[in-house]
Ligand binder design. Structure first.
Ligand code: PEP
Length: 257
């Protein structure tokens, strides 16, 4: 078990979003090299969610066993007439062990609702992938005091029955903190993660007690250690700072033991 809070092995996952041509494979290689140099001193799983075009090459590169790989979204169905979509089975086939579902950019840009997210999480489980289920409030919702109610609603609506600590990870990402350089206070992060943990335990018992809850939203090398030491924070989902190997590794080193 890792050094994170609660004896749950943490996960540090980088979400590259719609960034990266094949030259960017060098950044993943640099992450692998740095992890190899750290010789097992990182008490956390480390994952990259590249654009789908790079997934297979990245997952099959030499040294890739030090990293895990994820898709950024999946369709709810396994196959069929859905132009432009990718199924969880295809991501698995390409070398992913996980898939992000319900990221706020999917919820905003593509109108995904909790029910859609739940269907995608179920698809991930069907394919044998871990679903990284994203939830989080908007700025208006925070300013009007609705954060806890929104997070509880999204959690209840987005998680399928049968979620376990092995097949599901929650990522709490306040929408207003994503890509803005703003972060909630550590007390605010603690309050939301505590609510999520209590909800998970109430619904899934022991599995809910061990499910990893990531924080995401402007995690950088200089704030990672403080954020990762908040109770019930079991790792991070990182956007912008995951694109450069040196920044990503500096964040991963929050878990150097
Ligand atoms: C994200 O989009 O999941 C994210 C956390 O982005 P950033 O780290 O850039 O705020």
């Amino acid at each position: 078990m890792g050094k994170g809070t609660e004896g749950v092995r943490p996960l540090v996952a980088g979400n590259w979003k719609m960034n990266g041509l094949k030259a960017a494979l060098g950044e993943a290689a640099a992450v692998q090299e740095a992890l190899a140099g750290l010789q097992g001193a990182i008490a956390a799983d480390v994952m990259i969610a590249p654009p789908a075009t790079l997934l297979m090459a990245m997952a099959h590169a030499s040294g890739a066993e030090l990293l895990q790989f994820a898709g950024q979204d999946c369709h709810a169905k396994a196959s069929g007439a859905h132009t432009g979509d990718i199924s969880a089975e295809m991501l698995k086939d390409a070398g992913a062990s996980a898939v992000i579902v319900g990221h706020s950019e999917r919820r905003t840009d593509h109108g995904e609702r909790d029910a859609d997210v739940l269907a995608k999480a179920l698809a991930a489980h069907r394919a044998g992938l871990c679903a990284i289920v994203c939830i989080g409030e908007t700025r208006n919702e925070r300013e009007s005091g609705q954060t806890l109610a929104i997070v509880a609603r999204q959690l209840a609506g987005s998680l399928p029955p049968g979620a376990t600590a092995a097949n599901t990870v929650i990522a709490y990402e306040p929408v207003w903190a994503i890509g803005t350089g703003l972060t909630p206070t550590l007390d605010d992060v603690a309050e939301v993660h505590d609510l999520i943990r209590r909800d998970l335990e109430a619904r899934f018992g022991g599995e809910g007690a061990r499910m990893r809850i990531l924080y995401g939203g402007s995690v950088k090398p200089d704030n990672a250690k403080a954020l990762m030491s908040v109770p019930h924070v079991n790792g991070a989902l990182i956007g912008g700072a995951s694109l450069k190997a040196s920044d990503f590794i500096a964040i991963v080193r929050a878990y150097e033991g």
